[in-house]
Design a protein around this ligand. Sequence first.
Ligand code: TYD
Ligand code: MG
Length: 459
Amino acid sequence: MTALRNKTVYRCTECGAEHPKWAGRCDACGEGNTLAEEVAARAPKAAGRTRPPASVEGTASAPVRLRDVRSARTARLSSGISELDFVLGGGIVPGSMVLVGGEPGIGKSTLLLQVAASLTAAGTEVLYVSGEESPLQVKLRAERLGQADAVQLLCETSLEQILDVATTSRPAVMVVDSIQTTATEELEGAPGNVGQVRECAARLMRFAKSSGATVIVVGHVTKGGGIAGPKTLEHIVDTVLYFEGEGTGDHRILRATKNRFGSVDEIGVFRMTEDGLIGVGNPSALFLGDREGRASGSAITALLEGTRPVLVEVQALAAKAGFGTPQRVATGFDGRRLALLLAVLDKRAGLSFAPLDVFLNVVGGLRMQEPAGDLAVAAALASSVFDQALPSDAVFIGEVGLGGEIRPVTQSERRLAEAAQLGFRTVYLSERGVPRRTPDGLRAVGVGSLGALFKSLFR
Ligand code: TYD
Ligand code: MG
């Protein structure tokens, strides 16, 4: 086997320099620990520049008129799980490669086994490759989910074997769980290292494009938050879906961070139950805590997740600090943004947090990335300091500027519509962004600054 092995080289992931042997440091750029093994170019490089470049298949490539390219509107395949179809942009695209990333235990294998089961039940050939679990382990999971009996399972870690089986059995969809346990015999590195992950992904991508099968790969997320193989995987594949969620909570958010066939930042919301993952049709209900008798420090905002408006509750607690530096703990919200808002509240609204510990929590494990949530965060913080609850039927939407001014946000109609639908009565937003018409039952209150807002809210 070793004799047949292709020659391999080590390439620096920073500068691209090639090295015949592995080394701890790249000679060319001096970066440490950046060399990754890869297969050396198989054919000798074409000499001279006059020859036309050869494509991968060896045929001379030629330009085509766009009108001659066959219909780009490929029929999509429904995965049988509507939240997943939505995140993908309307279903599975044949011949594409999808990466599903997430921390261990979040539910990647569960979701993909459910997909495999429903596709198989609908008459689509699926090959489920597991390099992580034994057939028995997969069967135990399948029994919990039900309906997975007919799924074709292959427990294998060798890329060559996997591609052999796939080439003969010609599935329409192949799931590879996971890319980190798959290894090619052409590289000496252990499974999961950068070189292996990259080479395996590239070969699976080639398989998808040449066979027309959709390849869905699972990728574990490393501590730093990236999918192993310093982001390189994300560049290779067509679509990247991340599975997020608080480890303790039972709901999960599937987010598209890259999609060549749809819009990014769309989310799908699931609940992990005894019988697997179940799509949540109305995410807002999930992210709103108990509506009745809400305590001080709680505020509601309307965020846009992709094209979907989602109402979210923010909870703040400002409590007298003990000795030492007061604590600032934010869950689901950027810590630096919190520091900035605290400074603005201090300087522009006269609320000093210096002697207080501050805790901020976005309910439901959602990560609030939009500045539209600023106003709710500021209102929640002020509500906690004054120890006065905010009106329970109010929503706060707006970006807070460094001058304490409240700025309008994009697509407020959608946010307002969602708020009205869930029974909210008042929306506080920038006075520059008050819409001419509001949905029935919803009153829009324009505010110019944090100071003015607090004056009208607290006594
Ligand atoms: P899993 O899909 O194995 O996670 P990953 O592949 O991302 O590592 O999910 C594991 C968790 O989900 C585990 O804690 C058990 C739980 N689970 C359920 O709650 N219900 C179910 O029906 C299944 C199959 C798993
Ligand atoms: Mg798994």
